[in-house]
Each structure stands twice: as C-alpha cells, then as structure tokens.
Design a protein around this ligand. Structure first.
Ligand code: C2O
Ligand code: CU
Length: 495
C-alpha cells in the first residue's frame, strides 16, 4: 500500500479535484414574496402545559442579510432559526419537514435526552420532501442553560449549517430564578458567518476551505451586521452567546469593559468569574453578565485575532498553486473586527452581581480512562484525499468505537496529534462533561461542557458521567467540515 505525504496529496487532489465533491445548494423554486415569510412566523416558541409543540420546516429562501438579499437555508424561513424555550420535565414535539434538496435531520446540541428513536438521534435520515415528528421528554432535573439545534446528517452538516440552519434551544430553570439574574436584561447573541457572492448566493468552498473548515467574511449577530445592545447605568445585562459558525472561532472582548462569566455550555457556574476576553470555539456557548459600572458611552464588542493552526499547510498549498489559490475567509486575521456595540441608555439604581450561582457537582474519579487521538491523516490510496480521524480511524456508521456502561463515569483523554497543529473542538452528544486538566494542569473552575477546544499539541482530560439514557450516539470535531470528512466516532451506552 502506498502512503502519500501531504505535499503529494495536495498535488494529486488539486489535479484531479475529486475530493471536493460538494453538492451545491439548489434553490427552491418558490421565490414569490421573498421577505414575507420572515415576518409571518414567530421568532420564538415557548412550552405551555409542559409541552413544546411546533412545526419546523427547512428550506432555501431569499433572506435579507445586512440589507442585501441572500439565498440562505432557514428554519421556518428565518436565519437564525426561531428560538425554542422549554423547562425541565417538558415534552418536546416538533413536526419537522425537509424542504431542502438534500437529506437532513435535527440535532439538539447539549440537551440531555435520549439518542434513540425520534429524539436526539444523529443517525436519522430525512430525505427531501419528507417529514418526521420528533418527540422526547426532558428529565425533571435537566439543567437550565443555552442549548441549540442544527442539522446533523453526516456529509452535509457543514454545508447546511453554513447556509444558516441553526437556532437556540433555551431551557429555563434554576439559573433564571436567581433574583440578580432575574433583574438583568437578557439578550441572545447568535454568531454566524457567511460567504456570499455578488448575487447573494453562498460560495462553494474549495479544497483548502474544507481542510481548514469553511469560514465567511460576513460576520453576523442574530442575522444582523454590527447590531447595538443597550445597558442602563447601574443595571445588569445578561448576554447569552452561541457560536453557530461551522468553523470560525470568536475571541470575544468588550473593549475597556469588564464582564463576568456565569454559565458555559451545560449551564451555570458555581459563582461568577471576571474575564477580560473569552474564546468561543464552534458549537460552544457562554453566558456573561455585564454591569453598567463604567462611564456611560459606547463600547465595542470585538472579535480579536486568533490563530487556530493549520497555517503551514495552507501556505504550502498557496505556494504550490503559484499564489493563485484563495480561500473564502480562513486567512489569518490581523485586526480586531467589530461584532456589535454596547451603548449606555438611561440609569437604574445599582444592581448587585449574584455572589452564588448553582453548585457544580464533583464527579468521582473513575477507573476507566480512554485515550482518543485527534488527527488528520492521508488516506491509503493516493489521490483519495485526507481524512480527519479519531485514533487513526475515519467515521464508520457500522463500527462502535467506545463501549461504555450506563451509570458509570469515565475519563477521556483527548490528545491532539494533528501534524499541522490545527485546533479541534471536541463535542459529545447527550452527556455533558467536565474538563479536569489541560496538559496536566487542573482547570481554574468547575463547569459543565459539551464542546471543548483541544488545541494543536494539547492533551485535555474530560470526565463524563453516562446517565439516564442508553443507546448509540456520537462524538466529533465541531469544525463541521472535519466532522463531515470523518472526524466522528460512535459511543454505545449499554444498560
Ligand atoms: Cu452541534 Cu454533533 O453537533
Ligand atoms: Cu477538527
């Protein structure tokens, strides 16, 4: 068997162009009343009488993005999708219709619900023109927090999320009931990036875009460009961030203004943590409190430059193409970008920060430690492309990679051995976990996560309790092109 090195591979694949077989998004014929649908469907759905019930439809639509017409993919015609809100113990029933030209399905990212049946089942396949009713019940002790939903049909995930398919799934509960949090004004910030051509159509990624993970130059917050949020002097503002971009990282800072982290992916911290900036990898969420404690003027929410690795590989390719290869937006960013503006408006009597939030349990130290190596590898057959792997293996829907027992706790050691030192955000479905150490150093505070960044060369140890639900589910890299290119594995939880 012949093994090609990366350099040979790049030559082979650019010559044959077989690897980049990206299905283009065919547009729906229904172009009448382009903007009407957006106004007609509600922007959020809330559960009533312990039931969250709605119809959800995925389709391609012309949508207004920054005042220009863009042909995106939306749920109920909206980008971002309508926000869903439920509470612990509620039943969720979603009648979903696929009006895309590709197969799709729904993933409820971060929810602790069953992976079996018409629930958080990444193995479901809903062909175009078909419908499926999702139904599942949230456990009575489900944590409150910022979760989300997006397509998860293997092979199409990056393309569909890059089209705009993503929405928040909020679970209300104990965090919302803390009086200081209740007094805060609440805003949701969904971060999405897009790459559009002059006609408002989504650009197709080239081979390099997919290797790095596709990014777009157009940065949006809630489908808007540089929106403004306001805070009252003395008041509290609760900002709930979701990185719904397929590959873009956001290194967030509020210029000259402190903020306080109160929750991560899986819900609340035990107490607020003051931060100057934070890094949000694809799939991750955070909640922060901002206090109206500064001079009343405008403050910019910035995306600071961040290098997520892989640059050497890209430079190789650029040189080989005689500098003619360009990417949609994955180039290294040098200057801060403005995402939004915070303005002071009015004043209220000074509100205190909460001192305590929700206790985060200490998990018992487990006997089982599993090692997962994250990497990018050349395929065995020359010209067949690269694949992204766990322990050297690309995703196989018929292989179980990790066999675990229900009601046990395991430590997983995530080791990034990528030769190009690319960052890979690791995500596990159904069961949230805690990060124990990074390169052997303990984490500064305990928090529930479902997506954790594993930087190039880094080893991250996470502790996972497998509770309540048996069945097969997946873990994968949340740079969604990497997931589609094989960086996904199956865990079977046995009762
Ligand atoms: Cu948000 Cu399996 O993904
Ligand atoms: Cu990755």
């Amino acid at each position: 068997m012949v093994k090609v090195n990366r350099r040979q591979f790049i030559i082979l694949s650019t010559a044959s162009a077989v690897t980049a077989s990206v299905a283009s998004i065919a547009l729906a014929q229904n172009n009448r009343n382009p903007f009407k649908s957006q106004a007609l469907s509600p922007k959020f759905y809330k559960s009533a009488g312990s039931l969250l019930k709605l119809d959800l439809e995925a389709s391609s639509r012309p949508i207004s993005l920054g005042g220009k017409r863009a042909y995106l993919l939306g749920y109920n015609g909206q980008v971002p999708a309508p926000r869903l809100e439920a509470q612990a113990g509620d039943t969720v029933r979603i009648r979903f219709t696929n009006n895309l030209t590709q197969p799709t399905n729904l993933h409820y990212h971060g929810l602790h619900v069953t992976p079996v049946g018409n629930a958080d089942n990444a193995f479901l396949d809903i062909p175009p023109r078909e419908s499926l009713t999702y139904e599942f019940t949230l456990p009575k002790n489900h944590p409150s927090g910022t979760f989300w939903y997006h397509p998860h049909r293997h092979g199409y995930v990056a393309e569909q999320v890059f089209g705009g398919l993503a929405g928040l799934f909020i679970i209300r509960g104990e965090l919302d009931e803390i009086s200081e949090i209740q007094a805060a004004k609440e805003e949701f910030l969904i971060l999405q990036d897009f790459a559009l051509d002059g006609n408002g159509r989504i650009q197709s990624p080239n081979h390099m875009d997919m290797m790095m993970g596709r990014e777009g130059e157009l940065l949006t917050v809630n489908g808007q460009i540089k929106p403004t949020f306001s805070i009252a002097s003395g008041g509290l503002l609760r900002l709930r961030f979701l990185n719904a971009s397929p590959s873009r990282f956001y290194r967030l800072a509020l210029e000259n203004h402190p903020f306080y982290l109160i929750a991560t992916d899986g819900g609340a911290l035990a107490e607020p943590v003051e931060l100057k900036e934070l890094l949000l990898a694809p799939g991750e969420r955070v909640e922060v409190l901002v206090r109206g404690e500064r001079e009343p003027k405008q403050y910019r929410l910035l995306n600071l430059p961040y290098n997520r690795g892989g640059m050497e590989m890209m430079e190789d390719e650029m040189n080989m193409m005689g500098g003619s290869s360009h990417m949609m937006g994955g180039k290294s960013q040098v200057n801060p970008q403005i995402l939004a503006t915070l303005t002071y408006q009015g004043s209220v009597s000074t509100l205190p920060l909460p001192k305590q939030l929700i206790p985060v349990e200490t998990l018992p130290e487990p006997k089982t430690v599993r090692r997962l190596e994250l990497s990018m590898e050349e395929k065995m057959t020359p010209g067949m492309g690269m694949s992204f792997t766990f322990n050297g293996k690309a995703f196989d829907p018929n292989r179980i990679d990790a066999q675990v027992r229900l009601n046990t706790v395991e430590d997983w050691e995530l080791v990034n051995v990528d030769p190009d030192r690319m960052d890979h955000p690791f995500h596990l479905h159904v069961n949230p976990f805690q990060v124990i150490t990074r390169n052997g150093k303990p984490e500064p505070y305990r928090a529930w996560k479902d997506t954790v960044l594993v930087r190039g060369g880094e080893t991250v140890r996470i502790r996972i309790p497998f509770r309540d639900f048996s069945g097969k589910t997946v873990y994968h890299c949340h740079v969604l092109d990497h997931e589609d290119l094989g960086m996904m594995g199956i865990v079977n939880i046995q009762a």
